[in-house]
Design a protein around this ligand. Structure first.
Ligand code: CAP
Ligand code: MG
Length: 427
């Protein structure tokens, strides 16, 4: 087949087609029509050799039915429609091998970025999204009127079981809802996974009795698949309600399977996005964070990091789009998406957060967010418990619409935090 056969601006996508939006940067020998046609060809049924000896009449008929087609190009963007029969819907890795595969290495392009994917009903019916999501997680805590909070007992690696649990006790005591593992904390010779889960579970029970508030912890089960299965079962047996995974570094095959296992165990899946910046950051080549947010909501992550305008690159408008994609039933930006019955996934704001940053996040995202404040709690000048209290005070002030300085007048923890990090603006 000739490349330009994959370019058809008269094609009207079927409701059953999967649609991709690509930013296409042709190499200098090609124009966007030639380059985008190559993308549609190489990501579906085509190749460089035009006359294949295998293309009998029967094969040609089939190719015509399942080939991708460029149906829109404008301002360097191309929309490509992929017929549903090109996909083994139940097999998420196969989808990525198509729409995120060879095409990113083609010499006909100097850059290619997958900006958005719009899933047809057949995908939503199979994957069904998350089991808990915003409503389910709020129900576990019995907290409905404010953002939830999380803290990683920093340093991200370095505390042994007792030291981690000691920090966890203070974090919970001061008022934080979740104690979270860090993305690269799994099981090390001085902090074994099973020991830590066992011990922190006891600490959680102790604190809950003392403060009469529900507390949860997010054990990072990231590992090879067989070990992840064991860790998930262990967390379930101990009676915890959550697991955490680095959904990208475990790979989509494991992510898809771990989510299914967690649904069976009635466990909520907290998704950390470590690894994403290797390919989301470059605006001229890679895959957008919006695509990853759609993949997580579709497959069934109960929460997802969306950025926090702190120490890591996360433009305000991107956070807003990601939060909309995760929370709205009808997502209208970019290609849009009607999520049908899939539950909203909880957006997590994190990365260099401290009480001084909290009001602006609540102002533009509202209360249905989880605020992860690590260093901003564990580094508080008056101690960890004070750090946790300062976060809760900053949330109270934000929800009441009261200026932080004003609100901190009779709140030592908040005023100390503001003093400590007032100058801390991340460039
Ligand atoms: C934040 C964090 C998170 C980042 C992830 C860290 O700690 O635990 O992993 O927020 O980035 O290790 O840096 P601090 P993102 O609160 O101490 O900054 O949320 O953008 O996915
Ligand atoms: Mg971290």
């Amino acid at each position: 087949m000739k490349y330009l056969e994959f370019f058809d601006l008269s094609y009207k996508p079927k409701r059953s087609d999967l649609i991709c939006l690509y930013k296409v940067l042709p190499s200098k020998e090609f124009n966007i029509k030639e380059a985008s046609a190559r993308v549609a060809s190489e990501s579906s049924v085509g190749t460089w050799a035009e006359e294949l000896k295998t293309e009998t009449k029967d094969v040609k008929k089939r190719l015509n039915r399942i080939m991708a087609r460029v149906f829109y190009v404008e301002d360097g963007y191309a929309k490509i429609a992929y017929p549903i029969d090109l996909w083994e819907v139940e097999n998420f890795p196969q989808l990525l091998s198509g729409i995120c595969g060879n095409i990113f290495g083609m010499k006909a392009l100097k850059g290619l970025r997958l900006e958005d994917v719009k899933f047809p009903k057949k995908f939503l019916k199979f994957y069904k999204g998350c089991k808990f999501g915003i409503k389910g997680i709020r129900k576990i805590f019995g907290i409905y009127d404010r953002p939830l909070t999380a803290t990683v007992p920093k340093p991200k690696i370095g505390l042994n079981v007792n030291q981690f649990c000691d920090a966890a006790y203070k974090i919970w005591k001061g008022g934080i809802d979740f104690v979270k593992w860090d993305e690269n904390l799994t099981s090390l010779n001085f902090v074994k996974f099973y020991k830590l889960v066992e011990k922190i579970h006891k600490v959680k029970n102790k604190v809950e009795k003392e403060v009469k508030e529900n507390k949860q912890f997010l054990p990072n089960v990231t590992s090879n698949f067989k070990e992840m299965e064991k860790r998930v079962k262990f967390v379930y047996d101990i009676g915890n309600k959550f697991v955490m995974v680095d959904f990208l570094t475990i790979g989509f095959s494991s992510f898809q399977s771990i989510v299914e296992i967690c649904k069976d165990y009635d466990l909520a899946v907290y998704c950390h996005r470590a690894f994403h910046s290797t390919f989301t950051r470059n605006k001229d080549h890679g895959i957008s964070m919006l695509c990853l947010a759609k993949f997580v909501r579709l497959i069934g992550g109960d929460t997802l990091h969306v950025g926090g305008m702190g120490k890591l690159v996360s433009p305000k408008e991107e956070i807003y789009v990601l939060a909309n994609c995760l929370r709205k039933k009808i997502f209208k930006q970019f290609l849009g998406q009607d999520w049908l019955k899939l539950k909203p996934t909880f957006p997590v704001c994190s990365g260099g957060l401290h009480p001084g940053i909290i009001p602006r996040l609540i102002k533009f995202l509202g209360k249905d967010i989880i605020l992860q404040v690590g260093g901003g709690v564990v580094g508080h000048p008056k101690g960890i418990e004070a750090g946790a209290k300062a976060v809760r005070q900053a949330i109270e002030a934000s929800l009441k619409g009261v200026d932080l300085e004003e609100y901190s007048k009779n709140k030592l923890e908040l005023s100390e935090a503001l003093k400590e990090w007032k100058k801390k603006t991340f460039v």
